[in-house]
Write a protein that binds this ligand. Structure first.
Ligand code: PEP
Ligand code: MN
Length: 349
């Protein structure tokens, strides 16, 4: 990846959308003054509803070229189809990214991968809008199979039906699992699209650093309040500078004494996990006994009122123990599903 050095975080910044030559050049100049090396700007914008601003299109590409020429920055833009790829390459765009709506579409990703076959260009793959790690890995594989060697992933959160404080729920366990599955793949975090508003950006960026992700892609605009897309989540280059300076970069390597202490903590965690699993095993045994009983007495597995009481009681108890309602209800939904499966197994034996 150009601009990649050992220094974390790798930062990509620039507006959600390229709007005019002036907006692009002003934002890039200010970012360049702050030492940012990679400039992002959406030329084609996938919008949820028609008639929203769908990007300036190819007329914006010479502006990106100008950013390269004037400031020596690398440029990055989103491509969603073959035409976008050809146009972006024609204007010397250095880095391409595949947006969240596109990486959810294997046909589109395959077409882009075929077009890029054997080319030496970095490609960043955003997670698909839905929380499906296999789909994300699948998109990365399609590009990898086309010989794209400079690959990285962007975690931009997931669209979920429940309301949460974020525009796109981070579900950190998914990018963490991606790193476990593909350890050498750089993963950047996109706090802008996770947050949906500028207030939470610092917190999410700090979290990304504490989870040891490689970099950040942050939407930055010379006049955010006037932005034609994603106005609420964009910050000024000066705001970006403040955010980056405030970040605390903790290191992931530990000395011998720290490592001994960590081992102690980890063995306590292992013990807790052992106990948790034993308790779950016991709980499932009880479920199977209930299953036997219901089978003999021809009672249905699911009694909705009982389930409703469990959820309410457990989330209440959890809150008293400092566990969030969301966490407790997710855990109990999974436990409940497993119990039903165990009962079901017994009833159909
Ligand atoms: C973007 O980066 O401007 C964008 C459209 O992002 P996403 O694909 O993550 O929604
Ligand atoms: Mn955007």
């Amino acid at each position: 990846m150009p601009g990649v050095s050992d220094k974390r975080p790798l930062v990509i910044a620039g507006p959600c959308s390229a709007e005019s030559e002036e907006q692009v050049m002003t934002t890039a100049r200010q970012l360049n003054e702050e030492g940012i090396k990679i400039f992002r700007a959406g030329i084609w914008k996938p919008r949820t509803r028609p008639n929203a601003f769908e990007g300036v299109g190819s007329i914006g590409l010479p502006w990106l070229k100008k950013v390269k020429e004037h400031f020596g920055m690398y440029t990055a833009t989103e491509v969603a189809n073959v035409k976008h790829v050809y146009e972006a390459l024609k204007f010397g765009v250095d880095i391409l990214w595949i947006g969240a709506r596109t990486s959810a579409n294997p046909f589109a990703v395959q077409e882009i991968a075929d077009t890029l076959k054997g080319m030496d260009i970095p490609v960043l793959v955003k997670n698909p809008v839905n929380p499906d790690i296999e789909l994300w890995i699948g998109a990365l594989e399609r590009l990898n199979n086309s010989g794209i060697k400079k690959l990285a992933a962007i975690h931009r959160g997931f669209s979920v039906h429940q309301t949460c404080q974020f525009r796109n729920d981070p579900q950190w366990q998914i990018p963490i699992e991606l790193r476990r599955r593909i350890p050498n793949l750089p993963i950047l975090v996109d706090p802008s699209h996770i947050c949906g508003s500028s207030e939470l950006l610092y917190e999410v960026s700090q979290r990304a650093m504490d989870l040891d992700f490689h970099g950040l892609i942050i939407e930055t605009h010379c006049t955010p309040e006037k932005a034609w897309s994603d106005a609420k989540q964009q910050i000024t280059p000066a705001g970006l500078k403040v955010l980056l300076e405030k970040l605390i970069l903790r290191h992931s390597d530990v000395d011998r004494q720290q490592s001994k202490k960590l081992e102690e903590f980890r063995s306590r965690i292992d013990k807790c996990d052992d106990e948790l699993l034993n308790i779950l095993e016991q709980r499932m045994q009880v479920s199977e006994e209930i299953g036997e009983f219901k089978k003999e007495n021809e009672i249905t597995i699911l009694q909705t009122e009982r389930w409703d009481t469990i959820v309410k009681k457990r989330t209440g108890m959890g809150l008293k123990k400092g566990l969030s309602e969301e966490f407790v209800s997710t855990v109990f939904a999974a436990i409940h599903q497993e119990s039903i499966d165990h009962q079901n197994k017994v009833m159909n034996e």
